[in-house]
Design a protein around this ligand. Sequence first.
Ligand SMILES: Nc1ncnc2c1ncn2[C@@H]1O[C@H](COP(=O)(O)OP(=O)(O)O)[C@@H](O)[C@H]1O
Ligand SMILES: [Mg+2]
Length: 317
Amino acid sequence: MAGLNRQQERMGPASEQHKEVTKLQELVYELKIEQVMRQDVITVSPDDSIRDLKEVMRLNRISGTPVLRDGQLIGIVSIEDLIKALETGDIDGRVGDRMTTDIQTIYADETIMQAVNKFARFGFGRLPVVDRQGKLVGILTQTDVARGLLRQLEIDYHEEEIYHYRASHIFQDIESDQTGLILRYRVESKDFTRCGEAASKLKRALERLGAPPSVIRRIAVASYEAETNLVIHTDRGGEVIAEIQPRCIRIIAVDRGPGIPDVEKALQPGYSTAPDWIRELGFGAGMGLNNIQTCADKMQLDSKVGVGTRLEIVIHM
Ligand SMILES: Nc1ncnc2c1ncn2[C@@H]1O[C@H](COP(=O)(O)OP(=O)(O)O)[C@@H](O)[C@H]1O
Ligand SMILES: [Mg+2]
């Protein structure tokens, strides 16, 4: 590609830069809402009184609850709504008149990353969790997220400990043969239900091959962000290609448009052209390319408007 907006990123051996992605960062991308949400949701009806609501909150020690009519989620009522009602002496009033109807929900199969973005964007204390049919299946607070992450951390650390005993020798074999392995994943534009599939397949492949956990972690985060960009920002999707070589792994994400007008700007933390409806899905925080940079020993982003974008990163082993 000639006449490109070219941005050459920091280069140099991994040892100099001490690249490290924490287990926690990796988990944020990997854990699903359904793994950390609470399933035993306490709900109220719009016809319940404020007095009933007060009792429900007190007995269950909760500070907010979804409001259901005939099994359908129609609102959410929080302790603030309760206090306001009590202040105006409306203890016999209806929950339906005090609830918030403009509710943000999150899908059970979305990631913690999306929940974190939503909590930050909307400032809510809790998010009702629904399945893809819109049925309420759980509730998620920021505490649930923290607790879920900690629990998973503990499990994963144990698994990493036994990694050393189980690891296959394929990586040593590649070294002796001087061959490489290429894995390709097609990524569809705007298919949010499958967003992250390529990254998790690649991750699983690397685990089976016996790649070191610290390397897998960086690749998981970088490839997830690269894949997300193909889903969010491209017209026709693209491909994530992983080249596994003796001492390094190269990840390439390519697409055929629309391209990036100002690559320098795109690399700035927090810069995003994602429209509101995509941000409401919990994407578009503008940190993707920065996260990739943190994971990579070498990163290069080439783009030409009307032609396409090519992101290449290298991670040493
Ligand atoms: N493959 C791509 N095609 C077109 N634009 C892209 C692509 N990847 C990234 N961008 C642009 O770079 C910006 C920053 O990307 P990123 O840091 O991942 O943040 P986010 O995806 O949250 O917007 C995007 O908002 C978009 O404008
Ligand atoms: Mg992104």
